[in-house]
Design a protein around this ligand. Structure first.
Ligand code: HEC
Ligand code: HEC
Length: 291
């Protein structure tokens, strides 16, 4: 077992408001820049590799082997430039595979038409062993200690070694041990069912989404941290059914208490005026009428 260092003092979520940090990231404009563009098709394919292999099986998205036979260039080019634009235009096939892949958004590539054509050529000429990585996870299932570490890292109770932000500054996971999280990105409770183990590992290991990528590019997660987080997300996926009701109950109770406090505060602010203006006025009016 490796040692788990609990870093005392300022963790990301405690030190600085996550929302402030997220706004700072957004202000940096990574959303509009799309994936980084490189020179050669081989370099360009690296941006796809987190989610696709060629001939090595499904990862986050479909295996791209034979894509040039499945679809023609008139469809492939705009799709690879911006799949969401094609989906939003109502293209039947694009909508269908989007649904089949649990609406996982493929980020815009930021590639030019010429670069996409070269990339498709590169895919077509893939050698027999294909291209791409299937991330190899640990052979043993995550231990209880790893799962606990994963939860603490997710929540920001334990700081990430290289100083990246806690996951819950953007994501939420439902469980009776967590009090909510960010809503900027998807809720991750069932991400394991959605993407499968290799997919989740690939995304956490090298995030393909611009905002998340920006957050970790200079502060990558360590392998141990990736293992712990994958273990935690797998566990929350399995536990999901049993956690839901308790969590909802707790959230309801909390909302109730906060709501009551807010009402009391409002009463104390508005009560004096209310009394004179409405109650006394009403009695006065009634008496005036009855004369
Ligand atoms: C974040 C993961 C991700 C990245 C990065 C990504 N894709 Fe995808 N891709 C997907 C998913 C998921 C689908 C399935 C459709 C959907 O959910 O939108 C898909 C679908 C496709 C399809 C259609 C596949 C078929 O069987 O019809 C092609 C072609 C494709 N991607 C090419 C690329 C290329 C080229 C790149 C790199 C420039 C790339 N993708 C980057 C996730 C990704
Ligand atoms: C700066 C914000 C940010 C942080 C911090 C962040 N993410 Fe993400 N993450 C995103 C965005 C944006 C996406 C793209 C899809 C979406 O909207 O959820 C994403 C997508 C994902 C996905 C794929 C979800 C799906 O079903 O499409 C996983 C898994 C994931 N993140 C895990 C993590 C983990 C684990 C951490 C902590 C190490 C983390 N993220 C930290 C912003 C963030």
């Amino acid at each position: 077992m490796r040692a788990i260092t609990r870093v005392p003092g300022v963790s990301f979520t405690r030190g600085l408001s996550p929302r402030v940090w997220v706004l700072a990231v957004l202000a940096g404009g990574p959303l509009s820049s799309g994936l980084a563009t490189a020179q050669t098709p081989e370099e360009d394919f690296k941006a796809c590799m987190v989610c696709h292999t060629v001939g090595r099986g499904r990862l986050v998205g479909p295996d791209l082997i034979g894509i040039n036979d499945r679809r023609d260039q008139a469809w492939l080019i705009p799709y690879i430039v911006s799949s969401q634009t094609v989906i939003n235009s109502g293209d039947e096939y694009a909508v269908k595979i989007f649904e089949e892949n649990n609406k996982l958004v493929m980020p815009d590539s930021g590639l030019s038409e010429a670069q996409v054509i070269a990339l498709l050529e590169y895919i077509k000429n893939a050698p027999a062993e294909g291209y791409g990585l299937m991330p190899a996870g640990p052979t043993n299932p995550a231990t209880a200690a790893e799962i606990a570490l994963g939860r603490d890292l997710f929540e920001g109770q334990v700081s990430l070694t290289n100083g990246g932000p806690a996951c819950n500054s953007c994501h939420d996971v439902t469980g009776d041990f967590l009090i909510g999280g960010g809503v900027l990105a998807r809720e991750l409770t069932k991400v394991f069912s959605r993407l499968g183990g290799p997919g989740v590992r690939a995304i956490i290991g090298s995030p393909p989404f611009p905002v998340m990528q920006k957050a970790y590019e200079d502060r990558p997660l360590t392998e141990d941290e990736v293992n712990a987080l994958v273990g935690f997300l797998e566990k929350s996926n399995t536990d999901q059914a049993s956690h839901m009701p308790r969590d909802t109950g707790f959230k309801l109770a909390l909302t109730g208490i906060l709501g009551a406090a807010l009402l009391l505060a409002m009463y104390s602010m508005f009560w004096p005026t209310r009394k004179r203006a409405s109650v006394n006025q009403a009695i006065y009016d009634r008496q005036v009428k009855s004369i």
